[in-house]
Write a protein that binds this ligand. Structure first.
Ligand SMILES: Nc1nc2c(c(=O)[nH]1)N=C([C@H](O)[C@H](O)COP(=O)(O)OP(=O)(O)OP(=O)(O)O)CN2
Ligand SMILES: [Zn+2]
Length: 137
């Protein structure tokens, strides 16, 4: 059967601050600039999810879209209108760069999917200019 890639896109708004516990105050300020400001800042992130698999000969689908929507909603609830650094366990020890947001969103979705082997890649658009993609380990 043919192998097809399907994609669903959603969005979430979240606050964060770029700051590494392994760097000094000055090193953080130099590395992250305005993004290290103590007040933090926010983004309207665009989350692109791509699944890749064989088209089922009976149903004609790769994966149930309604199921994917439910699973993505579970993940979105952990980040939407949250402060990533304070509300998400993963970011209490990991800098909330969009590289790491892509890793988190991929692994969290994979952990709730009924067929995790179909998850192909996740893309995070932090701003229209800054886009990060993760395909798993
Ligand atoms: N490697 C990374 N560098 C930076 C990240 C990141 O996730 N990975 N994130 C940031 C900040 O979060 C920042 O908010 C995004 O950068 P910013 O300059 O505000 O947004 P733009 O690049 O789109 O702004 P322009 O000034 O229009 O270029 C910083 N670095
Ligand atoms: Zn930011």
């Amino acid at each position: 059967m043919p192998t097809v890639t399907m994609e669903r896109v959603d969005m979430f708004s979240a606050a964060h601050r770029l700051n590494s516990d392994h760097l000094s105050k000055d090193e953080n300020a130099v590395l992250f600039g305005k993004c290290n400001n103590a007040n933090g800042h926010g983004h309207n992130y665009v989350w692109r999810v791509k699944l890749r698999g064989e088209v089922d000969p009976v149903s004609g689908i790769v994966y149930d879209l309604a199921q994917l929507k439910k699973e993505m909603a579970i993940v979105l609830d952990t980040v939407d209108h949250r402060n990533l650094d304070k509300d998400v366990e993963f970011f209490k020890t990991t800098v909330s760069t969009s590289e790491n947001v892509a890793v988190y969103m991929f692994e969290k979705l994979k952990s709730v999917m009924s067929r995790p082997e179909l998850l192909h890649k996740v893309t995070i658009e932090e701003t229209p200019k800054n886009i990060f993609t993760y395909k798993g380990k």
